[in-house]
Design a protein around this ligand. Structure first.
Ligand code: LER
Ligand code: MN
Length: 272
């Protein structure tokens, strides 16, 4: 069964970012539960930011799960990257991610490596950057494995990275890293830019996909753009996908309307 999640951003520097709810964690939980979401995905400033006991109480109160935790604040706030050519900076990036892995693991939620993959840029060749990224991912997957936790790797579109942009590039990196607990996050917004055919891309990597960012062509809630979600949903269901379709979308026209439209689309494409 595919589960529904919705994003909550607690990072002030990302207040204009593509997250359905911003700032108010108790309010987001209350609204997510009222609409029937199974879980929330948290984008936090660090692994220490969220009060564990308070979150545990909120999740219990609203019968929600923590679906996943984002690590992108490491890039947005600190400029960290897992492919940084400077070894010390790369180690700091890994430490930042590990703290978020710790946080997620307390709630049985995997951490997401998206923006933290970084960019090769002019400082290094793409090949070297990919090797460094692969090494960091291997270390982090081992670390997560020690906590019996998965790790999610997310290809991004060309305007955000010059490293891993397609699902096929993602599966190639995963096979280099060869960690059983490392899976792909398929963000439909990035895929809509980079893939020739979304359904084909999902089918070709179905075994590796652990999480989906469920969104429309314009990065608004699924249903507010022109993406054809039917073939994507069909391939996920066909493959027996059991993870979350998590709404990572702009709060347009507002958070509530984006969450409502997401849920309407979720029920249409993933009927239980
Ligand atoms: C960034 O564009 C994104 O999609 C996030 O999920 C990655 O951290
Ligand atoms: Mn995403």
């Amino acid at each position: 069964m595919v589960l529904a999640a919705v994003t909550v951003c607690l990072v002030p520097e990302a207040s204009a970012g593509p997250f359905v709810f911003h700032g108010d964690l108790p309010g987001a939980c209350q609204r997510a539960a009222a609409l029937g979401f199974d879980g929330i995905e948290i984008f936090a400033p660090s692994g220490h930011y969220v009060d564990r006991a308070a979150l545990r109480a909120l999740l219990r109160l609203h019968d929600l799960r923590l679906a996943a935790v984002g690590t992108g604040a490491g890039m947005i706030v600190h400029g960290y990257s897992l492919c940084d050519p400077d070894e010390r900076a790369r180690r700091q990036a890994c430490e930042f991610v590990k703290e978020i892995v710790d946080f997620g693991a307390e709630f049985d939620a995997p951490a997401i490596i998206g923006s933290m993959q970084g960019q090769a840029g002019d400082a290094q060749s793409r090949e070297d950057a990919l090797a460094r990224l692969g090494e960091s991912l291997g270390l982090l997957a081992d670390y997560a494995e020690g906590l019996r936790q998965g790790l999610l790797f997310e290809p991004l579109n060309r305007y955000e990275t010059d490293l891993v942009r397609t699902v096929a590039e993602g599966t190639a990196l995963l096979s280099d890293v060869a960690a059983a607990n490392l899976q792909l996050l398929a963000d439909l917004f990035h895929m809509n830019i980079e893939e020739a055919d979304l359904g084909d891309a999902i089918r070709s990597a179905a075994d590796s996909i652990g999480h989906v960012h469920f969104v429309d062509s314009n990065r608004r809630a699924a249903g507010f753009g022109h993406m054809l979600h039917g073939p994507v949903a069909r391939e996920l269901i066909e493959a027996g996908f059991q993870g979350y379709a998590s709404a990572e979308a702009f709060p347009l026209p507002n958070s509530q309307a984006a969450a409502e439209m997401t849920m309407q689309s979720f029920r249409k494409f993933f009927p239980h």
